[in-house]
Design a protein around this ligand. Sequence first.
Ligand SMILES: [Zn+2]
Length: 330
Amino acid sequence: MAQQNVAGQNAARKAFASSADLDDKEQTLEVLADGVYALTAEGDPNVGAVEGEDFLVCFEAMATPVAARGWLRRLREHTDKPVRYLVLSHYHAVRVLGASAFDADVVVAHENTRALVAERGEQDWASEFARMPRLATGAESVPGLTWPTLTFSDRLTIDLGGDRGDLVLEYCGRGHTEGDLVAWLPKQRILYAGDLVESEAALYTGDAFHREWASSTLDRVAAYEAEVLVGGRGAATRGRAAVTAAIEQTRDFLAVLIREVGAVHEAGGTLKDAFDRAHAALEPRYGRWPIFEHCLPFDVSRLWDELSGVERPVIWTAERDREVWAQLQS
Ligand SMILES: [Zn+2]
C-alpha cells in the first residue's frame, strides 16, 4: 500500500506542468478596506478591484472572459460602478486574456508589457493554456490578444475622486518579467504586487530577470512599507510582519535558485545537474506550495540562460515547454 502511494505521487508529479491539476480551487473575495477588494483562490492567480467615486479600477483580467465573468459576478454583489480602468500587472496569458469581459474604457499596462504582447503574446497564450488547462476554462471565449490602450514607463497616478485618494501604478524594475507594474494605494497602504511577490506559492521565473528581481526590484517593493499586500498567488497578507515575510520568502526562493544553479553553472555542470541541485535545495521549504513542480524546470532553464549571458528570456512555445519538461522533470 505504501509503495502504491509513492508510485501515485511520482506519477502526479511528472504529469506535464499543471495538466493534472484539475480540481477547482475555492475563491475567496476579501474586502481589504472600504471599496478595496481581492479575489484569492488557494494559489491560483489573484485579481483585485478598487472603487473610485463613480468608477472601478480592476486589477488583472484572469485567463478567459468566462473565468472573468465569474469574478465580476462576485464583485457586483458589492458595487455596480462601471469599470473605467483595467490594469494588467504583466503580459502573462492567464492574467490578461479575460480582458474583454470587463468592458473597460482603458486597459493600462507598462510599456514593456505592450511590446511583449506584440513580440510573444501568441506563443505565451498557447504555452500557458497547455500548462494550466484548468485556468483556461472557456478558452473559446477569448476573442484574441489583449492590447493595452494606455502605457507608461515609470509611474501613472489615477485620482479615485472624493476622499478616496490615489491609485499609483509604478514600475519597480525588471523582475518576474520585463514589464511588471505594482498598484499602490498610499492612503490605505495596500499594495497589489502582481507576480513580483508570491505568498506561500512557488515562483514562476521562466521569463524573469532573477538577479535584479532578488535585489533592486524587491527592495523597491519593500520600500512601500505596505500594511496589506496582495501577491500574484496565495492569500492576501495583512500586517507589516506578514507583508515582509511574503517579500522575503520571494527573495529567498530566488536567492536559493541563484546560488544553487549558479554553483553548477560555474563548475561547468549540466542543466540537469542544476535542476536536481536546485530541486533538492528548494523542496524542503517550498515543495508543498502550489505549482512548485510545475514551475521549477522553466525557472532553472531561464536562470541558466541568464547566467550564460542570454539577456532576454527565450520565447516559450508549447513545443519548447515539452522539451524542457522531458529533459528535466522526468
Ligand atoms: Zn506571471
